[in-house]
Design a protein around this ligand. Structure first.
Ligand code: TTP
Ligand code: MN
Ligand code: MN
Ligand code: MN
Length: 367
């Protein structure tokens, strides 16, 4: 018999940026289920539902131990009726019928396979599915026109599905660093994204590049890309220019959440084995997705905070800033709407202080 007092009740603040979320998840079955429903919603153009499931999953990720009964969840934030139903199903029956049904559905499977191609988003996948395309094979047979990114994505599909290890990320980091200092001595690179949060694997590797002297970073990306290309390290790249201009009278947040740094989406050719020539049919390299971002030093702290993630942690930081502090936070700047001015910062700690938040280190931003 279970004593009422033995039922652990948890207490968790509702904003993910008020919580410390490590990679030590005690409820992976529940969070996987909710994340799958979030993914399905996002792929189906139901972003509101997607965020609701992401928030619910994040609350469970922050719990100090496994949930054994729904009574423990009383009073927890972000758990709507739908998420609670899914959780109860799993706790009581071992599985959620909705999750199992979604996983098996032809539509979800097709959306997954197609959007797993680099360069293919939900809208494109949706259109292809309407044309009866549900698999890579059907796509190849269909005669659909693919853009350059999608062609590269299809060509390197199997490699890009393989998780990238920390060792591979570090190997790429050394090459990128060599490129960066060769074209601009004194320039610095920082590993960002999931690896900065301490993840052991990732779907890509993200780097932030800057130079301690403001302005020296201008025009850097094309030079880095040329260097990498000349050495044969890039299988694909697309560079987009910096389009950020600080408005005289704010706010910091651009129309979309997409930031406006000079950035490069690439597919890297990483040599995996320096040994003797491999048997025919085997190759000694793999393709890895790499994202490069260049920021001026004056925006570096904001870029670092904005690109370290997790995506939900970032979203919650911006929500906190807007709703609780009347400030607009982006990867470029922090604007105080009441004072009508930008707040300068040279470290992530300063930004947390402006926002009235306790500092959360990267390893505890895994919401
Ligand atoms: P991702 O590389 O997509 O995610 P991740 O590194 O957290 O996870 P994974 O291991 O699967 O790669 O994005 C990294 C961070 O960059 C994320 O917090 C969101 C941010 N970001 C932007 O600020 N702008 C953008 O346009 C994109 C795509 C990401
Ligand atoms: Mn990443
Ligand atoms: Mn991720
Ligand atoms: Mn990335």
């Amino acid at each position: 018999q279970i004593d009422e007092a033995e039922v652990v009740a948890f207490s968790v603040p509702s904003y993910a940026c008020l919580r410390r979320t490590t990679l030590d998840n005690h409820n992976p079955v529940l969070t996987d289920a909710l994340s799958l429903l979030a993914e399905n919603a996002e792929l189906s153009d139901e972003d509101g539902r997607g965020v609701a499931f992401r928030r619910a999953a994040a609350v469970l990720k922050a719990l100090p131990e496994p949930v054994t009964g729904v009574t423990q969840l009383r009073g927890l934030p972000c758990l709507g009726g739908h998420s609670l139903r899914v959780i109860r199903d799993i706790l009581e029956n071992g599985a959620s019928s909705e999750v199992e049904f979604t996983k098996q559905s032809e539509r979800f499977k097709a959306l997954k396979v197609l959007t797993d191609i680099f360069g293919v988003g939900a809208k494109t996948a949706e259109r292809w599915i309407r044309d009866g395309i549900h698999s890579l094979h059907q796509l190849q047979e269909s005669g659909q026109t693919l853009n350059r990114a999608q062609q590269a994505g299809l060509e390197h599909y199997d490699d890009l599905k393989q998780p990238v290890t920390k060792a591979e990320a570090d190997a790429i980091g050394e090459i990128v660093e060599e490129a960066v200092v060769s074209v601009l001595p004194g320039a610095q690179i920082t590993l960002i994204g999931g690896f900065r949060r301490g993840k052991l694997t990732g779907h890509d590797v993200d780097f932030l590049i800057t130079h301690p002297e403001e302005g020296r970073e201008v025009g850097l990306m094309p030079k880095v890309v040329s260097w990498l290309e000349s050495q044969g390290f890039l299988l694909y790249q697309k560079t987009t220019r910096n389009s950020y201009l600080e408005a005289k009278d704010g706010p910091a947040r651009p129309a979309s959440n997409m930031d406006r740094f000079e950035r490069c989406f690439s597919i890297f050719k990483l040599v995996t084995d320096e040994g003797p020539k491999p048997a025919s049919g085997h190759r000694r390299w793999r393709a890895v997705r790499v994202d490069l971002v260049v920021s001026p030093i004056s925006q570096f702290a904001f870029a670092l905070l904005g690109w370290t993630g997790s995506k939900l942690f970032e979203r919650e930081l911006r929500r906190w800033a807007g709703h609780e502090k009347a400030m607009s936070l982006s990867s470029h700047a922090l604007y105080d709407n009441k004072q009508g001015r930008y707040l300068k910062a040279t470290s992530e700690e300063e930004i947390f202080t402006y926002l009235g938040l306790e500092y959360i280190p990267p390893s505890e931003r895994n919401a």
